[in-house]
Design a protein. Sequence first.
Length: 310
Amino acid sequence: ATISQEGSFCIPAKALVDSVNKIPNCNLEVKLDDTTLTLKHKTGKFKINGISSSEYPDFPQLDEGSKQINLSAEKLLEGLKAVLFSASSDETKQVLTGVNFKSLADNGISLATTDGHRLSIYSYETEDAIEECTIPAKVLQELTKIVKPYSNFRLTTSDTIAIINSDNVVVAFRTLVGYYPSYWSLIPKQFSRDCCISRKELIETIERVNPMSDAKENIVKLSFIPDEQKLELTTENREVGSAVDTINCEFSGDPITVCLKARYALEALKSLNGEHVQIKINEALTPLIFSQLGSGVSNLRLLMPIQLRN
């Protein structure tokens, strides 16, 4: 860019982005006149009203005892893909609208989200330690659009403020204050039933039977049949009809039928990688675990089954 005179100014971000996105690929002439910004392109111009930069809030300052850590951007992006979808959208439970970052006892970092009905955990090995904090999911969702896997990524935290530095981007925000649930205690130590199944086939089958599920409840019934080594999926809408489909699987344990919210199951499965997924459960109303085959507890999705009413 060629700058004839330095200056600063504040304008509505949405108005600027929406305007620039509609301009054809060409050079722009940007001119500031008092409180109006003019964007001139080859066929026309935009005028956007704004305010003086002196009215913009000061950038937050961190306390002297702030903690700083360099994180792997690649691992961070992989972790956010795994957990962001299950953060709560209920603002009355504000701490659950964020992603909880925590150091593990055996040299690692875990990222977790829960909305009270499901839980997602992604953890990886690292010698770096992080002060436990909960970062708003909306902030991290925007960061996934900016940060690249090869980017430098530094997180600095204090009691209530955090700053993220990634290449030429600096983001400051308030961390979510409050007790985050002790999620590791929700995961059963042992399971009496285990299933290995094609992740792609399971996703496709749920999507195939889902249109016949009740629009409000959105329930899919999973029946594990060990004698036939099959998983039967059933949905029913009393006003519309029903659907049944089966998939081959490798199942160990006694027969069991579990009811899940179809959308939750699909989001959990799509957030995992790999050709196969492992399903673990004890009883029909105890937590069900989806995990990437061989990943153990380092990359899992926990869903609470639903009890059907007669």
